[in-house]
Design a protein around this ligand. Structure first.
Ligand code: EPU
Length: 418
């Protein structure tokens, strides 16, 4: 529930990245001894993944933002159903189990289904490494007598496929080269952990990644990179409410695409060592065109939050998503709040204007964030956002953080939740 119209002011501290954490946790099972991860986000996807590892026989201990995963007693248990269906990133168990045991049975992933999200490039990678992949009633059975390094050219730049191939290839015999690899900061984070565990990976963060397989991997300690999508969401919230917010625990370099767009709209963004400060003025925002692309382009995960901000610009903006062309489930909800948005192919054409309060529903994580941002801008009435369990998947302490920044926001259990 949001009573909007208040500018956000103050400091917010950002946790580790969800999309790193959900890869680093399964990566830990490639080790024969305990892996400790710091800067863990307190989000539901991490809790579910920890339970999945426990079901596989790992000892998982968590204290505050630190998780210790001891996979020494891990067993090769088939996971065709159950918790794996609750997460998108359960697909990383395919690469990690394949690397560790030479076999994996993992149900096709669930998670945010804003549009069909195929995993053909992951499978192509496993097959190139010598695995046989069979779809058994919605679960992938992946087996290999021996994984052998290979040269793999990805047809599509895919974060998930790049990481999954790195996981399996770390334990293959010989060298693997991934061409047309994804370059997201989360890929570098996973490679950094794997190298600390004894893997030999070079080139992460470029389009060519080379992996020399190793026989054994061991435990280590690693600190998760900041969540650039949470950072971007708070930057957008600050601008949307005409506030002045310092977001701390940030790698400003990761934020360049967002920073550039906020500046183009007319907000001031200061880049500090490990923080960014967003200072709004009372001048009308300029409309801008935004294209969601692979990193270092504007992140598709910030496309929905950005839609809400662009409703506050003075004029017509065009926002196109070149990663997920149908990721616009937030648009009909924003229309209920009075937004003037037309969808054309993979673009949203947004005519700025004030929003009004309404009861709206989040259908996925980032759509949920977009609706909260929209609610924060509304000057009269209370906006009710349902489906907030999606928001819990990727934003830790969102309500508490926003309250500290001066927002009038609270949670209620509605009849829809019972
Ligand atoms: N694709 C294929 N085949 C594949 C893999 C991907 O066609 O085998 C396509 C996808 O359909 C999409 C594009 O390639 O059009 C890129 O998908 P990618 O594989 O990079 O996405 P992902 O790894 O499944 C991760 C994040 C997403 C984020 C995307 C893009 C995780 C767990 N998820 O997904 O995050 O949107 O990269 O940056 O890392 C979110 O956090 O809200 C979220 C959805």
């Amino acid at each position: 529930m949001i009573r909007g119209g208040r500018p956000l002011h103050g400091v917010v501290q950002i946790s580790g990245a969800k999309n790193s954490a959900v890869a680093l946790i399964p990566a830990a099972i490639l080790a024969e001894s305990a892996v400790t991860l710091d800067n863990l986000p307190a989000i539901s996807d991490v809790a579910v993944y920890s339970d999945i590892l426990r079901d596989l026989g790992a000892v998982v201990e968590r204290k505050d933002d630190i998780i210790r995963i001891d996979p020494s007693e891990l067993k090769s248990v088939p996971m065709p159903n159950g918790k794996v269906k609750m997460l998108r990133a359960s697909y990383y168990l395919m690469g990690a189990m394949l690397g560790r045991f030479g076999e994996a049975v993992i149900g096709l992933p669930g998670g945010c289904n804003f549009e069909p999200r195929p995993i053909d490039q992951h499978i192509k990678g496993f097959e190139a490494l010598g695995a046989t992949v069979v779809n058994e009633h919605g679960a992938m059975r992946i087996t290999a007598k021996e994984l052998r390094g290979a040269k793999i050219f990805l047809d599509i730049v895919s974060v998930g496929a790049t990481i999954n191939i790195m996981l399996a290839a770390s334990r293959a015999k010989g060298s693997t080269i991934i061409e047309n690899a994804a370059k997201e900061p989360e890929i570098i984070d996973v490679a950094t952990l794997l190298n600390a565990m004894g893997a030999r990976i070079k080139g992460a963060g470029t389009e060519t990644i080379r992996i020399e397989g190793v026989d054994q991997m061991h435990g280590c300690r690693h600190s998760i990179i900041p969540d650039r999508i949470q950072v971007g969401t708070y930057m957008i919230m600050a601008a949307a409410t005409r506030g002045d917010v310092t977001v701390e625990g940030v790698i400003p370099k990761h934020m360049e695409a967002v920073t550039a767009k906020l500046r183009e709209m007319g907000a001031t963004v200061e880049e500090l060592d490990d923080a960014v400060r967003i200072i709004s003025s009372d001048e009308p925002y300029h409309p801008v065109d935004v294209k969601a692309l692979v990193y270092p382009g504007f992140a598709t995960d910030l496309q929905s939050p950005m839609t809400s901000l662009l409703t506050q610009a003075n004029g017509v903006s065009v926002l196109s998503d070149y990663i997920y062309g149908n990721r616009f489930k937030h648009v009909p909800e924003l229309a209920l709040m009075g937004a003037n948005i037309r969808l054309e192919g993979r673009s949203a054409i947004i005519e700025g204007g004030p929003l009004s309060s309404a009861k709206v529903h989040a259908t996925d994580l980032r759509a949920g964030a977009a609706l909260v941002i929209a609610g924060l801008t509304v000057k009269d009435g209370i906006t009710e956002v349902t489906g907030v369990e999606y928001i819990d998947r990727g934003y830790d302490n969102l309500v508490e953080n926003l309250r500290r920044l001066g927002a009038d926001i609270w949670r209620e259990t509605t009849s829809d939740d019972k």
